[in-house]
Design a protein around this ligand. Structure first.
Ligand SMILES: Cc1cc2nc3c(=O)[nH]c(=O)nc-3n(C[C@H](O)[C@H](O)[C@H](O)COP(=O)(O)OP(=O)(O)OC[C@H]3O[C@@H](n4cnc5c(N)ncnc54)[C@H](O)[C@@H]3O)c2cc1C
Ligand code: SF4
Length: 479
């Protein structure tokens, strides 16, 4: 096992992210040693240690002279290429094993997709439900519906979310304290805050975190899946993506725990189906997209967007209340919930015209749960529409009015979500109309964009010119 410096620095990384990865690795290594399994562990603070995973493999091959090297499929095509390159140089056979941590393999995805003109999440998800038998009555979905998305879009309303149960916190033990000290010393310039690190770092703690969600938040997960409330980082979300991606928590266990809660009457079907769909559906779907379309996928830039990610995305210092809240939480914790990622931060960058791969790199830097296979299709595909419709069939475009409907942010903001021009124009709203009119030729051909495009066509030339000027002045100020 290698705490490879290259992995911690090929993009700048949130301090809590480095601490989580190395903390989890050291605990895992300790558990293996206790179980009597020999392990070679390279610490980052050992100056002699290999600096990259392929160097680590090279050193191990040189000292053990094995007949072959076995690796489980890694989380990034970049790492697989580097390991293959090292094995070739060393003249040793390299076998890549399936990662049994997932519910499907990329080859399953590929065979479901083959020969179909359309292959969207819903097609994949229904096949997954039938295959697993989860939430099924024979060949029909429980509750007579495959998906309860329409029930899962409630805002909190004027009175706000009230008392949301606090997420379970994990006090750093001596091993984690050691890692935190190292991160503070060696990564002082990295983004994000290290103070208050309280993430689960062992399989046992990951299971406790899941149970905390099932017992205290799952029942309201569905209803408020798309809601945003200022100052509330977790709301009713699970916060298990990082431990699942680090393989401390098995996705089967997460889904089955939610299904059991429904069977025992402790959570409603819309919540449980919503949670299962994210894992059995989305999580497996994006992994299939990644391994089927890489490396070409990373180059995609369907909308020809070339702008940089604005500097305030690293600090959260902006006068836009919704972005300040989402980015502030991210800098503090390394986490933001799905709708903040998609409909606040991601939306803003798409409307601004940031280059999708650069957005993905920023994302890889800032989130505890970002791994290439899951970040790239979600960021470049779902949120930036850079893949031209593989992950989502239309761009997730919206104006400030959407954020106003789903959150309380606009009430405390100096901008007005209804205004696209003038002193109080909301940047989201100005950029939204500008975005639609810039891409009018392309979007007019997309049936699912028909309503939005009809609204653009109702605006006259003068209005559009004013909006363009407002949007340009925001861009000049922000990029
Ligand atoms: C722009 C953008 C970037 C994202 N990047 C990542 C990423 O780097 N890593 C990551 O794990 N998820 C990513 N997601 C998906 C999703 O937002 C996170 O998995 C989720 O917010 C994690 O928080 P949670 O555990 O509280 O999730 P919950 O909302 O409680 O959902 C439960 C679980 O479902 C899974 N899940 C939900 N949606 C997705 C999805 N679209 N793709 C894959 N798994 C999903 C996760 O494992 C998650 O833990 C991204 C989504 C967007 C829109
Ligand atoms: S007014 Fe615009 S910038 Fe301000 S919080 Fe609302 S959507 Fe965000």
């Amino acid at each position: 096992m290698s705490e490879a410096a290259e992995e911690a620095s090929y993009v700048p990384q949130h301090k809590k992210r480095i601490a989580l990865f190395f903390g989890a690795m050291r605990h895992f290594a300790q558990a293996q040693r206790k179980a009597g399994r020999p392990i070679i562990y390279n610490r980052l603070d050992d100056d002699e240690a290999p600096r990259s995973l392929s160097e680590g493999m090279r050193a191990a091959v040189e000292s053990f002279a094995p007949k072959q090297v076995l690796v489980v499929q890694p989380g990034a095509a970049r790492v697989l290429d580097a390991l293959r390159g090292a094995a070739k140089d060393l003249g040793v056979a390299l076998s890549v094993l399936e990662d049994r941590h997932f519910l499907t393999q990329p080859s399953d995805f590929q065979s479901l997709r083959e020969g179909r003109k359309r292959f969207i999440l819903e097609d994949f998800y229904r096949a997954q439900r039938k295959r697993s038998g989860w939430l099924m009555q024979g060949d029909q979905p429980e509750g007579g519906q495959w998906n309860f998305d329409k029930d899962n879009r409630k805002p909190f309303g004027r009175e706000g979310p009230g008392l949301v149960p606090r997420r379970m916190s994990f006090e750093p033990d001596a091993i984690t304290q050691d890692v935190l000290k190292m991160v503070a010393q060696r990564f002082a310039d990295a983004p994000g805050k290290l103070d208050g690190f309280d993430e689960p770092v062992t399989a046992e703690q990951a299971r406790e975190a899941l149970q905390d969600f099932i017992d205290n938040r799952l029942a309201s997960y569905g209803d408020y899946q798309d809601a945003i409330a200022t100052g509330q980082v977790t709301l009713y979300h699970a916060r298990v993506s990082a431990v699942m991606n680090l393989k401390l928590l098995d996705p089967r266990e997460a889904c089955l725990a939610a299904i059991t809660a429904w069977e025992e009457g402790r959570a409603p079907l819309n919540a449980v189906e919503g949670f299962v769909r994210q894992i059995l559906g989305w999580r497996e779907f994006v992994r299939g997209v990644y391994w089927t379309l890489m490396p070409e996928y990373a180059e995609r830039n369907h909308l020809g967007a070339e702008a940089e990610v604005p500097a305030f995305f690293w600090t959260g210092e902006t006068d836009m209340a919704c972005l300040s809240d989402a980015l502030g939480g991210l800098v503090e914790t390394g986490y933001a919930h799905h709708i903040q990622r998609l409909m606040v931060m991601g939306l803003f960058l798409m409307l601004l015209g940031a280059r999708p791969y650069k957005v993905h790199e920023w994302h890889m830097s800032m989130y505890l749960d970002a791994i290439d296979w899951v970040s790239l299709p979600n960021v470049l595909g779902m949120s930036q529409h850079g893949d031209g419709g593989v992950v989502g069939t239309k761009p997730y475009s919206a104006s400030g009015a959407y954020i106003d409907r789903m959150s309380d942010c606009c009430r405390g903001c100096r901008y007005n979500p209804k205004q696209a021009t003038g002193e109080a124009a909301c940047p989201f709203t100005a950029l939204y109309w500008d975005f639609l009119s810039r891409h009018a030729d392309r979007f007019s051909k997309n049936q699912r964009m028909a309503m939005q495009m009809r609204n653009v066509s109702r605006k006259n030339e003068e209005e559009l010119a004013q909006i363009r000027r407002t949007a340009d002045s925001f861009k000049k100020r922000l990029i």
